[in-house]
Design a protein around this ligand. Structure first.
Ligand code: ADP
Ligand code: ZN
Length: 741
């Protein structure tokens, strides 16, 4: 028989070529071998079992840990015309019966189930009846306790093997640590499996680190420069996700919070709004992610320091699943690192502490290293990155200046030597900087460090530069920080050697926090999109959204952004041309071809057709607008404002937030004056009261409320506050002056 796979790839999924390793993996599983596929997110793992399922007789059972994802996958398969279904706890008994009889009748090629269901004693016998031809284990790392999402139910999968001997198993995961890999082979009882491991490099992701300074502003700048793009902001604390979302929302960006403390219904609602392109931005704890199949997440920002490189890799990995260029930004501060180190002190198990400590060190090394970001990132997974310039990280895109730091390095290293020599112990880096700067602190006096020959040898250099220099010497191996939370700094043998031989030490210039924070604009570079007619692209997106809503599915189920961008570049207006668009298979052509071709034709009746040269870089201008919340409105004010907008009264807001009604009115007044809040005056006072306040105010002035209050007698201060705010705002609007900050 001829090879069916390329034909099916084109006909069903609309793709011309296999991605790396897809073909090999499919051939292995189709030959009946147990197969393990370890591929990074976005590499196209699903196709590795979906296409073989169509090529073989019988049913392929897919075990998947996430209920939400099952429906999503099945929706996508239906859109491509594939007979697939799922069984899980969201279905009512009648639906389950229905699907079960369909399975018995052999109507489906793919069945998605949760591991719990597979383990129900009366479920296994069904599998025998259904002519199961293969078992696919998605997110296979869930079987390992060493993975980040251990699911005990996965351990039972070996029993399914025993029930159905000879059934080929294909295990897929994006988790790569060797320990997890081994566990997958062992726990699934795989027999001489064919193992495929792809590079974990994600070429379409650009990695950047900038010094953290006013994170809400940094996130806002970044997100508002990408007005059409979806993104995720990861924060460490639940509270931060909420205040971040409130700030962005107040700035007019559609953002929502997501964390494990939300009511399940609210959580599902927020996630859904994100998947459906309604809320562009989710501010989330790491609870958000594994169920996110959304292919067009264009950026991921970490506003706080992740606890380990693996987590960072997985979280940033949620960007750019569709292969389009996407950005990963880490806001880094030493303060965050110290805070996390202090948390470690609360761990009682010394081994756990040591592991966590090492992980944090690796994360800090990632953030502080002047090397290509891909070196530490991929190095974590045991992969060596040898390319000189990756072209998609800050170190490679805007290399930092280097300088000959031999002299300064000598000073610092010898200071470490002297300190140890003097007292037999090491100190923290800040103290070392104090000594070099010739400071006269209590510690310096107590330890006699003012008598060291290195005391004051560096007084021409700011202390923070000595600290930065020390950090760089640590990352280059000349010095080391102690493992405990004191983080004392000591000379390493390499440092001792450099001291003795006066070896040349070359360092990179560290950007100053302020300066670099202002340069966030540089991080706004967007690299290498598929050039296309942006206006048409937007029209097609709107069309896609409408079709998706009618069918109650997320937009990407209809077409990916990649497909739409190709359409907006090639203007396909006949079926043959539409079939050339990646992601357009026969079923989608039949279902959506006409509407999309009509939309393109309509567009061209009023717009000129554009021609496209491939281009690499688009620089987006930095937003010039000042962030509203920076002046008048802080997080707490914004929370009050949000509640008012939802229709709560002053009393309700005060009770809900446990603050006084006066404070609520102060918040609202501020928002009114800054022009951010439109209120209904009737919520606060009657027309008669307004007339009296207006009269008294124009007579006595609004500088102080006391005299007005006294003159009116019965009108409470809260009302006066609001009324004054409205008056001031109206005056400002009339005279065209900006509101006071
Ligand atoms: P993973 O599960 O590895 O994260 P997915 O299976 O979700 O990746 O695939 C990521 C995206 O790549 C999907 O939009 C999918 O349709 C697309 N894709 C998969 N294989 C191919 C291919 N051979 N050519 C083009 N696009 C592909
Ligand atoms: Zn690089």
């Amino acid at each position: 028989m001829s090879d069916p796979l390329p034909g099916l790839l084109k006909q069903i999924f609309g793709y011309d070529e296999f991605r790396p390793l897809q073909r090999e993996i499919m051939d292995a599983t189709l030959s009946g071998r147990d197969t393990v596929a370890i591929l990074p997110t976005g590499a196209g793992k699903s196709l590795c079992y979906q296409l073989p399922a169509l090529a073989r007789d019988g049913l392929t059972v897919v075990v998947s840990p996430l209920i939400a994802l099952m429906k999503d996958q099945v929706d996508q398969l239906h859109a491509a015309g594939v007979a697939a279904t799922f069984l899980n706890s969201t279905l009512d008994p009648a639906q389950v019966r229905n699907r079960m009889s369909g399975l018995t009748a052999g109507e489906y090629k793919l069945l998605y189930v949760a591991p719990e269901r597979l383990m129900l004693p009366d479920f296994l016998p069904w599998l025998k009846q259904w002519q199961v031809a293969a078992l696919a284990v998605d997110e296979a790392h869930c079987i390992s306790e060493w993975g980040h999402d251990f699911r005990p139910e996965y351990r039972q999968l070996a029993a399914v093997r025993e029930m159905l001997p000879g059934l080929p198993v294909i295990a897929l995961t994006a988790t790569a640590t060797p320990r997890v890999r081994e566990d997958i082979l062992k726990q699934l009882h795989l027999q001489e499996p064919a193992v495929f491991i792809a590079s974990f490099n994600r070429p379409n992701l650009t990695y950047r680190v900038i010094p953290k300074s006013k994170p809400e502003r940094q996130v806002w700048e970044f997100a508002s420069a990408r007005p059409e793009d979806s993104g995720i902001v990861y924060c460490q604390a639940r509270k931060t996700t909420e205040s971040m979302a409130a700030t962005l929302k107040a700035e007019g960006l559609p953002a929502l919070a997501y964390h494990a403390g939300l009511e399940p219904a609210q959580r599902a609602k927020n996630q859904d709004a994100f998947l459906r392109d309604e809320a562009r931005i989710v501010c989330a704890t790491i609870a958000f992610g594994m169920g996110i199949n959304k292919p067009n997440v264009r950026w991921v920002i970490h506003a706080d320091l992740p606890k380990n490189v693996e987590g960072y890799y997985q979280e940033t990995g949620r960007a750019g699943r569709d292969g389009l260029p996407s950005d990963c930004l880490l806001l880094y501060s030493r303060g965050d690192l110290m805070k996390n180190l202090r948390f470690l002190d609360e761990l009682t198990d010394p081994q756990a502490k040591q592991v966590a400590r090492r992980q944090l060190d690796q994360m800090a090394a990632y953030a502080e290293s002047p090397q290509c970001r891909r070196v530490p990132l991929l190095g974590y997974f045991g992969e060596e990155w040898t390319e000189e310039n990756c072209g998609a990280c800050d170190a490679c895109l805007d290399p930092r200046e280097t300088w000959d730091a031999t002299l300064d390095a000598q000073k610092l290293l010898s200071c470490l030597f002297r300190i140890r020599q003097k007292g037999g112990f090491d100190t923290g880096l800040v103290h070392v900087a104090d000594v070099l700067a010739g400071a006269n602190t209590e510690k310096i006096r107590r330890w006699g460090h003012d008598t060291l020959t290195t005391h004051g040898v560096g007084k021409d250099t700011p202390r923070q530069d000595w600290v930065a220099l020390g950090r760089q010497l640590v990352s280059l191996g000349y010095a080391a920080l102690s493992e405990d939370s004191f983080q004392t700094i000591s000379l390493t043998p390499q440092g001792m050697d450099a001291l003795k031989t006066r070896a040349t030490v070359t360092l990179t210039r560290q950007p100053r926090t302020e300066q670099a924070a202002r340069r966030t604009a540089a991080a706004l570079m967007k690299t290498g999109d598929i050039p296309c007619d942006e206006a048409l692209f937007q029209e097609l997106r709107t069309l896609r959204k409408r079709l998706a809503d009618e069918r109650d599915v997320p937009p990407y189920v209809i077409f990916s952004d990649v497909a739409l961008r190709h359409m907006a570049r090639d203007y396909p207006m006949v079926p043959a041309a539409l079939l050339h668009i990646p992601g357009v298979g026969e079923r989608k052509l039949a279902d959506y071809g006409t509407v999309f071709m009509t939309a393109i034709r309509d567009h061209l009746t009023t717009h000129a057709r554009l021609a496209f040269e491939p281009r690499d870089t688009t620089t987006l201008p930095a937003p010039a607008r000042k962030m509203k919340s920076e002046g008048a409105l802080n997080g707490t004010t914004l929370e009050t404002v949000a509640l008012y907008r939802e229709g709560r009264t002053v009393t309700q807001i005060a009770t809900q937030r446990s603050i006084s009604e006066g404070t609520v009115c102060t918040h609202l007044s501020r928002a009114i004056v800054s022009g951010d809040l439109e209120v209904n005056p009737g919520d606060f006072f009657t027309e008669a009261e307004a007339a009296r306040m207006g009269e008294a105010g124009s007579r006595l002035g609004w500088t102080a409320l006391g005299p007005v209050h006294e003159a009116l007698g019965d009108i409470v201060y809260n009302k006066l506050h609001i009324f004054r705010a409205l008056t001031q705002r109206d005056e400002a609007r009339r005279s065209g002056t900006p509101p006071p900050a």
